[in-house]
Design a protein around this ligand. Structure first.
Ligand code: ADE
Length: 225
């Protein structure tokens, strides 16, 4: 998978790709991330990329020309599955969306700032809009990092234990069961006996029961349909 990220603040985005599973995916050639600094596509010597909104009002709007130049340059080099705009009014990211997006070969992610982008960008270049939740960040960069992490870990071969993405919370509309490791007792706090019993089918049953119980307690909405 190749991800081209268009941003005004590439420095905000580097570290999430420099550690852990995402780094391993990149080092192993399963994912490629390219940053494109929108200011390099500015039309004037002041590196301007935003302007006042027509009709007045507070805040600045990201201009269409630099974005068009950057997206057009990328599209001239390869085909893209989607051009995605990270925005709080997009479809809310969830596990089914992450699963689906993990199958893409090439995507462009546009990170918004200030009041957002000129609507004509959304009308003519953007094919999908994604939000990471009903709250407003100061820009799309952190949202893009979250989105990338959620899809890169799902690329086949990225997670060491192939089954482990499948046992994540939400993959089956259930929260994950509690997990424990050594020591079996710490400050008098013990691990549930069943987990040290060696009875694998009983452990599996316990995990299923716990997953259901936790979901009923903490996220009953997940069980509604
Ligand atoms: N940009 C600002 N807030 C955002 C959000 N919640 N999701 C995606 N992009 C954003």
């Amino acid at each position: 998978m190749r991800i081209d990220i268009i941003t005004l603040f590439p420095e905000l985005l580097r570290s999430p790709f420099e550690a852990s599973i995402v780094k391993r995916a990149i080092d192993g050639g399963k994912a490629e991330i390219h940053f494109h600094d929108l200011r390099e596509f500015s039309l004037n010597k002041y590196k301007q990329v935003d302007d006042y909104p027509y009709g007045g009002g507070a805040g600045m709007v990201m201009m269409i020309e630099p974005i068009d130049k950057c997206i057009s340059k990328l599209k001239a080099q390869r085909e893209y599955d989607e051009v995605i705009y990270m925005t709080p009014d997009g479809e809310t990211l969830n596990q089914p969306i992450a699963n689906q997006c993990s199958l893409y070969e090439n995507i462009i992610l546009l990170c918004g700032h200030y009041k957002g982008v000129d609507q004509r960008v959304r009308d003519h270049f953007i094919t999908r809009e994604i939000s990471i939740g009903d709250f407003v960040l100061s820009g799309g960069e952190l949202a893009a990092a979250v989105f990338c992490d959620s899809i890169i870990r799902l690329i086949p071969g990225v997670l060491g234990d192939e089954s482990s993405a499948l046992s994540d919370s939400f993959q089956d509309q259930l929260l994950a069961p509690p997990i424990y490791t050594r020591p079996a007792e710490y400050k008098g706090w013990t691990v549930p006996e069943i987990l040290t019993s060696g009875n694998t089918p009983a452990v599996e049953q316990w995990r299923e029961d716990q997953a259901l119980e936790r979901t009923q307690l903490l996220r009953p909405d997940l069980l509604e349909d």
